[in-house]
Design a protein around this ligand. Structure first.
Ligand SMILES: N[C@@H](CCC(=O)N[C@@H](CS)C(=O)NCC(=O)O)C(=O)O
Length: 219
């Protein structure tokens, strides 16, 4: 039975998992979450009432949360590119960077985008200002880290880079990464050149008009 991934190509968390799948050439069936396909939407809601995607189904097993899905793939469907080091101490650094990208790049980025989708009277300018400040702080911290590294956790592409790629991609669209953060900008460029992520970006191109803040004419 093929792996099934409930996902949407334009979603950052889905691109995180797609990047891991493409790194290893892992075959899977995409269950495209689209509002004009109520069957797939109903399947998804029944499997995961929290309704955050992506979601992986492997036979009778349902796997939630992008980072866990990537770790699961490494354990149950390993390919030529291990995305988590076998050494537990090295793995801790990868997981630490993975948490950084989820919590301090993606979370504030999503907050800004979700706020923009609300009707004007329901918007929260203070939360948006805090999210922008968090992104500036996170860019600054990451710039120091990436001054010394090729990939998020060192010399090897890992789980942390799978998340960094889409999160920095959309973070720059949402709250521009300024020229002062040159190591972050260079890292984002390396991520865009990585064939696995470049494929995810290409597959999502048709959906760019959906970006609520307006997709910039680059990347
Ligand atoms: N913690 C989840 C977050 C997933 C997430 O936020 N996915 C977004 C799409 S990028 C989503 O489900 N959005 C739908 C919504 O918020 O209703 C993970 O790591 O997989």
């Amino acid at each position: 039975m093929p792996l099934k991934l409930y996902a949407h190509p334009f979603s950052s968390y889905c691109q995180k998992v797609l990047t891991a799948l493409y790194e290893n050439g892992t075959p899977f069936e995409l269950r495209l979450l689209a509002h004009d396909d109520p069957q797939v939407m109903a399947e998804f809601a029944a499997l995961w009432p929290i309704k955050r995607f992506p979601l992986l189904v492997d036979g009778s097993r349902t796997v939630r949360e992008a980072s866990i899905i990537i770790e699961y793939l490494g354990l149950y469907h390993p390919g030529p590119v291990p995305l988590l080091p076998a050494d537990a101490r090295a793995a801790l650094e990868v997981r630490g960077m993975d948490r950084f990208f989820d919590n301090y790049i993606s979370t504030p980025q999503q907050r800004i985008v979700y706020d923009s989708l609300r009707p004007e009277p329901e918007r929260d300018p203070r939360a948006v200002a805090e999210a922008r400040a968090m992104l500036d702080t996170a860019y600054g911290w990451l710039d120091n880290v990436m001054a010394e590294r090729e990939w998020a956790a060192g010399d090897t592409f890992s789980l942390a880079d799978c998340g960094a790629a889409p999160f920095l991609f959309y973070a720059d669209w949402t709250h521009r990464i300024g020229p002062a953060f040159r190591h972050v900008l260079a890292y984002r460029k390396r991520l865009l050149a990585r064939p696995s992520f470049a494929r995810a970006v290409d597959e999502a191109r048709p959906y760019r008009p959906l970006f609520p803040l307006g997709a910039p004419d680059r990347d």
